[in-house]
Design a binder for this molecule. Structure first.
Ligand SMILES: NC(=O)c1ccc[n+]([C@@H]2O[C@H](COP(=O)([O-])OP(=O)(O)OC[C@H]3O[C@@H](n4cnc5c(N)ncnc54)[C@H](OP(=O)(O)O)[C@@H]3O)[C@@H](O)[C@H]2O)c1
Length: 361
């Protein structure tokens, strides 16, 4: 049973892990805190980027001799393998810690087994402390590792009456500049940005990370290091015009057609196959930016892991496009309720984050 000091340290470790989130990919997002033998925090750290030390090692370095006989609290099971850096289990044993408390087990074949290795060496190891919080901060990596497909976030901007476009198809802009800047940061920290061909034909978006945008968007660009996410247009028959902005030279683009990816049961692009193809080329996270039809297919296929809706205090009324198509509930008894995870006011808009739970039959 974890002590109050260990739970508090885990809460801090989750906060620390979040600092690395924009830069750790393809590695996990991990934070760690060292408690001395009297359970006082004496060192902390987080994994910053590939090739840099793991969180436990940073925290142990900060703690120095004070780690001896103490406890290391870490958001992910310490790794037992040698990658670009040595195994964390060996660093923990060398530091002489008595106990290791971690939140989530490592699901990968090559790095798992850290807790067993520690126990075999006489270190007390406890799992599962604040697991939900630690899952949240490392969702991209854990989803990819467990499911062999990228972590998918569906992001959209809607009016208070749930519309993402007016009757004529126009949708720029529903939310204000601060919300759009926030959404832009999601793009900057994703491996891939995806839309359906319907959005390309209606909006002609460029789908790049821009540092200076006439719309007032000014992302901090954290972690992009000049890198642009892969742009994917889901386009069964290749209707994307070669002159579309998404086809410019600013970033790599993949027009994913049925011929290349295969067809799903409805004859359109097979989304599960598409995600597998992306995973195979190293994509761990997809920001799905539209539109209602593609989002409907992802949601109903159970392939969306998070929904981030920016909601503006504005109304479009009759004729406007609703955020989701093809996933309609016939009656209120069939409503699809999601698990609300976070609500933030951004400028004059709200950002809601929710997790789809399996829709009951
Ligand atoms: N406010 C916002 O956040 C936001 C964001 C995006 C878009 N929008 C608005 O949404 C409107 C466009 O809506 P939309 O629904 O046409 O766009 P979409 O979802 O981006 O594109 C839909 C198209 O994707 C293709 N597709 C290929 N495989 C598919 C699959 N498995 N499932 C579903 N679609 C598949 C289909 O065309 P093929 O069969 O030809 O392949 C389908 O018609 C525009 O008015 C735009 O302004 C708003």
């Amino acid at each position: 049973m974890a002590s109050a000091a260990e739970v508090a340290a885990m809460r801090r470790a989750v906060e620390l892990a979040a600092r690395g989130a924009p830069t750790t990919r393809p590695n996990p997002t991990v934070g760690a805190v060292v408690l001395d033998a009297k359970e006082r925090p004496v060192g902390e750290g987080w994994h910053e980027r590939p090739g840099r030390p793991h969180a436990e090692v940073v925290a142990l370095d900060a703690a120095g001799d004070r780690a001896r006989g103490g406890t290391v609290v870490v958001t992910l099971e310490p790794c037992a393998h040698t990658g670009r850096t040595g195994p964390c289990t060996e660093a923990l044993l060398a530091a002489g810690v008595r106990r290791v408390v971690y939140a989530v087990a490592d699901p990968t074949a090559e790095a798992a087994g850290g807790a067993d290795r520690l126990r075999a060496a006489g270190v007390d190891a406890e799992a599962g402390v604040l697991a939900d919080e630690a899952e949240w901060v490392n969702a991209r990596w854990l989803t990819a590792a467990r499911l062999g497909r990228p972590y998918v976030v569906w992001k959209y901007a809607a009016t208070l009456d749930g519309k993402v476009a007016a009757a004529d198809g126009s949708s720029r802009w529903i939310t204000g500049a601060p919300a759009r800047a926030d959404a832009h940061e999601l793009r900057a920290t994703s491996d891939c940005v995806m839309v359906g061909v319907g959005t390309v034909l209606a909006d002609d978006p460029q789908l790049t990370v821009r540092t200076d945008d006439a719309s007032g968007v000014s992302p901090n660009g954290a972690g992009t290091a000049g890198r642009q996410p892969l742009r994917v247009v889901v386009d069964s028959t290749g209707r994307t015009p070669p002159t579309a902005r998404v086809c410019d030279a600013a970033a790599e683009t993949w027009i994913a057609t049925v011929v290349e990816v295969g067809a799903g049961p409805d004859g359109r692009v097979d989304l599960a196959a598409l995600l597998r193809r992306l995973y195979d080329r190293g994509v761990q996270s997809v920001l799905l930016e539209g539109g209602p039809r593609l989002a409907g297919s992802f949601l109903t296929a159970g392939l969306a892991d998070r929904v981030i809706g920016y909601v503006a205090p504005a109304l479009l009324g009759d004729g406007g496009r609703s955020a989701l198509a093809g996933a309609g509930a016939g009656s209120i008894g069939d409503v699809w309720r999601l698990e609300l995870e976070d609500v933030v006011r951004i400028g004059n808009d709200l950002r809601l984050t929710a997790r789809p739970v399996t829709k009951e039959a």
